[in-house]
Design a protein around this ligand. Sequence first.
Ligand SMILES: [Zn+2]
Length: 127
Amino acid sequence: MLYQGSCHCKAVKFEVVAPEILEADHCNCSICSKSGFLHLIVPKSKFRLLAGEDSLTTYVFNTGTAKHTYCKICGIKAFYIPRSNPDGMDVNVNCLDTKPKAIKVTEFDGQNWEQHAHEVEHKSKET
Ligand SMILES: [Zn+2]
């Protein structure tokens, strides 16, 4: 199903193809909790920017892998390129104008991302 989405001032408009029942991730990391981002991760081919390329600006921090694109007029981050899936697009479910039938939310512990990454590294050294 095709969803229409936008930022608050509607300068940025996009559409995304996703299932009727959305599977979204709720993340507790520093930026997601402050910005109220509800993640819908899709392949880039399912996402299309319709308007507002000139209104987007990019914020980068930490590893610089994630590209946090937000509207420079209203400041809303409607989508961005996530660190977990640099080849995909992460859409903010809260910015969809088409409302899904239902949303299945999974909790993601992004606050301890570094800790988990370290554990994986540690494990591979032991074996
Ligand atoms: Zn805007």
